[in-house]
Design a protein around this ligand. Structure first.
Ligand code: OAD
Length: 254
């Protein structure tokens, strides 16, 4: 577990900051009951995510991919944002300049109240036409035996989840917004990511190079925690409320 000095240093940096960038990964939702990507418990009907979340899997069997996503979406619907999500939503209200970049598609940050947010890997609350790219809301639940694949209201193309799949390129504009903000952040708070996906992880290191104080909240060690100014080692749902409470009590002047 993390020590008091580290918590106080991180709290002081947050209390002095004017611009805060938060980067989250699957670990922020672990205490809401959503398994992390690289942790145990990720299999569905014998398939790993890497075998289903690909353009090839969708082309081969769109119904199977959709049954998996419908199952995941229903699971997420049963989960609630946890105290870690709540703190990140409060931070958005507390700073004049704030941006959350999340790798998660579970929609829990939105449900917790965040709006200044880029969902760099998309969201399970939206679908996109694989032909004309039109975005729509997530479809209604279906009865057993019904075709699970929704069709586009404009062109009748197959809809797909608005989620970045393995082997796909980032959409123009999403990561760029976060990277731009990384140049002006005074603090970059990273929560619950293994930093295995290069593009989001680099954003945190870039923010640090540009002068941000880098805080990593993770019970494990990652490439980011090794570089961080402070690594708070423990679960986000416990550490973030403690950190935020101390930040609000810390003197604001440098
Ligand atoms: P991972 O599953 O790779 O990593 C989850 C991280 O959360 C690990 O470092 C854990 O130690 C940490 N963790 C676990 N419980 C925690 C808790 N209670 N509080 C804080 N941290 C905790 O998930 P991501 O880093 O999000 O991309 O994975 C990044 C991307 O890899 C995903 O968005 C996904 C996948 O490929 C796409 O699908 C495009």
């Amino acid at each position: 577990m993390t020590d008091d000095t580290d918590l106080n240093r991180a709290a002081r940096a947050l209390s002095r900051a004017r611009a805060v960038l938060v980067l989250t990964g699957a670990g922020i939702s672990a205490e809401s009951g959503i398994p992390t990507f690289r942790g145990a418990g990720g299999l569905w009907e014998g398939f790993r995510a890497e075998e289903l979340a690909t353009p090839q899997a969708f082309a081969a069997d769109p119904a199977r991919v959709w049954r998996w996503y419908r199952w995941r979406q229903a699971q997420y619907g049963e989960c609630e944002p946890n105290p870690g999500h709540a703190v990140i939503a409060q931070m958005e209200g507390a700073y004049e300049r704030f941006l959350l970049a999340t790798q998660n598609v579970d929609g829990l940050h939105h449900r917790a109240g965040n709006r200044e947010m880029v969902e760099v890997h998309g969201t399970i609350t939206r679908t996109r036409c694989s032909r004309c790219q039109r975005l729509s809301d997530w479809p209604e639940a279906i009865e057993e035996g019904e075709d699970p694949v929704p069709r586009c209201g404009s062109c009748e193309g197959l809809m797909r989840p608005h989620i970045l799949w393995f082997g796909e390129r980032y959409w123009t504009g999403t990561l760029e917004r976060a990277y731009e903000f990384a140049h002006e952040a005074d603090v970059c708070l990273v929560v619950g990511t293994s930093a295995q996906v290069w593009a989001p992880a680099q954003m945190a290191l870039l923010a640090q190079q540009q002068g941000a104080f880098l805080i990593d909240v993770n019970p494990g060690a990652t490439d980011i925690s090794f570089s961080a100014d402070v690594h708070l080692m423990g679960p986000a749902g416990e550490l973030l409320p403690e950190l935020w409470e101390r930040a609000q009590r810390s003197p604001q002047e440098p």
